[in-house]
Design a protein around this ligand. Structure first.
Ligand SMILES: Nc1ncnc2c1ncn2[C@@H]1O[C@H](COP(=O)(O)OP(=O)(O)OP(=O)(O)O)[C@@H](O)[C@H]1O
Length: 660
């Protein structure tokens, strides 16, 4: 009996001389061997091999391929073979420790008489198991990256189908699942609102629960959850908060400042006020605005009833205040008895825009004013105090010693924060700054439009379904002409035209006037049907209002503006939006184009792209999988030729006017 020790593995892949010799013999042996019908292939082969090896030089090292390998191939023999010892197996535990495996043990090989050897099997030789080469793990997908660090509440957002509508029952007890009182339903129907849009359908029942206790003005023991809403432009977010606020505050007896709505611009404050006035008509609610449009003392007199006495519970003349953040801070720091302790609602509309605004840390100051501080009582002993006017959460700040303990207990503020935007931020840092209480997210999107939460996480915002988008690439020098082509040849009127600055706005309007006059003369002096006007921050508030009114009345057909009114402004008849200068980022694009195709109406958006900007613009759209939604329109010289003659003249006049 000769025992051949197993050789170490030869990983080089080169065949040694010994191996070559061995393989040759093996081949020979196979040829001579009688054909086996059954039997464990590996074992028969092993034994045969061993016999051959015994002839070989015992000092020769045998290649690792020689070593019999025990596999887990099921045995086909019916009877167990008595002459074989069961082979030893080595137990190993995998790296994670949760799977126990058996590793075949390298064995001694016993040489037996070939006569006694069982017939060799014809099955193929078992091969060495191959182990995968070490490789770097796959890079995380964009989706995985987008989800990293995301607010868990956003991950669990409620997805709302943008097409969902809910009819408003006109009268009777049944509210049809809207959560609205008969009074509010009647008021909405009088305003022409006969069904709720998707965002309202999901938000109203949430903010107006069936249990009347949860509709209370104060919920100190059961504070309400905060809400974040991401819904496309023109989808009706304003009514989604105006209606519940009016509904809940209508139960109030005493006027306190209970709803604060913060918006980024004065124009939006005016617009939202009009909506509150319309919906809240006949409900006795007092509504105020603070934008800096009037003098500070005038605003103070509109907001505060008593400026002279220090009142622990504040003194408000309004139930609802709609304001810009700057003016809000002015009142918070400079108006006596202006208090946010009674707030039931804090609305931050165009939230991502406002959170990007760090004006005097407005958010920190506002949030601090809505919750009781842990410091000294705000009203020292000896001062006149009216404890009935103090919000429950703030009663601990009173210096009264005789307040029963259940009242004096520290309770949470009842202020419910409501955040809205068509481009809601997913920035965890910014969301954390809001100190949201158990927030509930609503994401309104087109049905089957992909994973909604991920879309928000990856800045892929849902556009209105009724919007058609175009881009027109042109030479920079021909851009004004391309714009005139859109106006006169493609009937792009009732349009908002966005430029990059107030200066570009003024220049374009001037050029438009020269062009229009030249064209009018050229075609026989017909009065022009198209009037363009500039709308910019250079204008006074009253001028801006008058221009907007004229545009709404269709006396002006084209309003040229900067991004000042790219957010929130709602003018129903805007059928076209033109980005005369390409927007700097996707958010701006979403808000600009969202000035049309509102409330289910059709609308067209055009972007004029200078040749050198085309790559940037397309990349911006591609990053959010939006490029294929924007149709590329080609305008050749032939198209522009009829207008080119007036354009030359208008350009000359513009140059002269600036030279003067
Ligand atoms: N249920 C409804 N039925 C009919 N019209 C509605 C309804 N809800 C809202 N609207 C109208 O839809 C238009 C757009 O609403 P709103 O201004 O609230 O949109 P938005 O979602 O705030 O848009 P943006 O993000 O651009 O500010 C308004 O003219 C509004 O009156």
């Amino acid at each position: 009996m000769v025992v051949v020790a197993a050789a170490p593995a030869d990983n080089s892949g080169e065949k040694t001389k010994a191996k070559q010799r061995y393989l040759k013999r093996k081949k020979q042996r196979r040829k001579n061997k009688p054909k086996a019908v059954t039997g464990a292939a590996s074992e028969s082969e092993d034994e045969g091999d061993a016999g051959v090896v015994s002839d070989a030089d015992p000092t020769e090292e045998r290649p690792v391929d020689d070593v019999p390998i025990e596999t887990d191939i099921p045995q086909t023999e019916d009877k167990p073979r008595k002459d074989k010892r069961p082979k030893k197996r080595q137990k190993v535990v995998d790296e994670d420790g949760d799977v126990e495996m058996e590793r075949p043990e390298v064995q001694d090989v016993t040489v037996v008489d070939p006569e006694l050897a069982p017939p060799a099997a014809s099955a193929p030789l078992p091969t060495l198991p191959s182990f995968p080469l070490p490789a770097l793990p796959d890079a995380p997908s964009k989706t995985e990256l987008a989800l990293q660090g995301l607010d868990q509440a956003l991950v669990g957002a409620e997805l709302v189908d943008a097409a969902g509508l809910l009819p408003i029952p006109p009268d009777g007890e049944d509210d049809g699942g809207t959560g609205l009182s008969a009074k509010t339903r009647k008021q909405l129907i009088d305003l022409g609102i006969v069904e709720l849009f998707a965002v309202q359908t999901s938000l109203l029942p949430f903010l107006l629960p069936g249990n009347p206790l949860q509709r209370s003005l104060y919920l100190p023991f059961d504070p309400p959850r905060d809400v974040c809403v991401s819904a496309p432009t023109g989808s009706g977010k304003t009514l989604a908060y105006v209606v519940p606020i009016v509904e809940i505050l209508s139960t109030r007896i005493v006027t306190r400042l209970r709803a604060l709505v913060v918006l980024p611009t004065r124009d939006l404050v005016t617009q939202v006020r009009e909506t509150f006035d319309a919906v809240g008509k006949g409900r006795g609610l007092k509504i105020g605005t603070a934008t800096g449009q009037h003098s500070f003392s005038h605003e103070q007199s509109q907001l505060i009833a008593d400026k002279m006495t220090h009142l622990a519970g504040g003194s408000s003349k309004v139930d609802i205040l709609i304001c810009t953040p700057g003016r809000l801070i002015d009142h918070l720091t400079g108006t006596p008895n202006f208090s946010l302790q009674h707030l039931r609602f804090l609305v931050i509309d165009e939230a991502d825009r406002l959170l990007a605004q760090s004006f005097q840390d407005w958010l920190v100051q506002v949030l601090a004013a809505t919750r009781p501080s842990t410091g000294e009582p705000s009203v020292p002993a000896g001062f006149p105090q009216y404890h009935d006017a103090v919000a429950p959460a703030f009663r601990t700040l009173l210096s009264y010693a005789d307040i029963p303990s259940f009242v004096a207990e520290r309770k949470e503020s009842s202020c419910q924060k409501l955040l809205f935007s068509a481009t809601l931020t997913r920035d965890p840092g910014k969301l954390a700054a809001l100190e949201l209480r158990n927030p509930k997210y609503f994401v309104v999107q087109e049905k089957n439009d992909g994973p909604g939460v991920l879309d928000v996480a990856m800045d892929k915002f849902t556009m209105p379904a009724t919007l058609t988008e175009h881009m027109l690439v042109c030479e920079p020098s021909l851009k004004p002409l391309a714009f005139f082509y859109l106006v006169y040849e493609r009937a792009v009127t009732n349009a908002l035209v966005f430029t990059k600055s107030a200066e570009s706005t003024a220049r374009l309007v001037r050029l438009f006037d020269f062009f229009d006059t030249a064209r009018r003369i050229g075609i026989g002096g017909e009065p022009s049907a198209v009037t363009a006007h500039a709308y910019s921050s250079d204008l006074s508030a009253s001028e801006r209002k008058s221009i907007l009114d004229k545009f709404r009345a269709r006396e002006i057909q084209i309003l040229v503006c900067s991004d000042l009114i790219s957010r929130g402004i709602d003018i129903s008849h805007v059928s076209h939006v033109v980005s005369y200068d390409v927007p700097v980022d996707m958010r701006k694009y979403v808000h600009r184009v969202g000035r049309t195709a509102r409330a289910g109406r059709a609308g067209d958006a055009w972007t004029l792209v200078e040749e050198q900007e085309a790559r940037y613009f397309k990349t911006m759209l591609k990053q959010v999988d939006h490029l294929d939604k924007v149709r590329r329109v080609k305008v050749g010289e032939k198209d522009l030729a009829p207008l080119a003659v007036y354009y030359e003249g208008a350009l000359g006049q513009l140059k002269d006017s600036y030279a003067r």
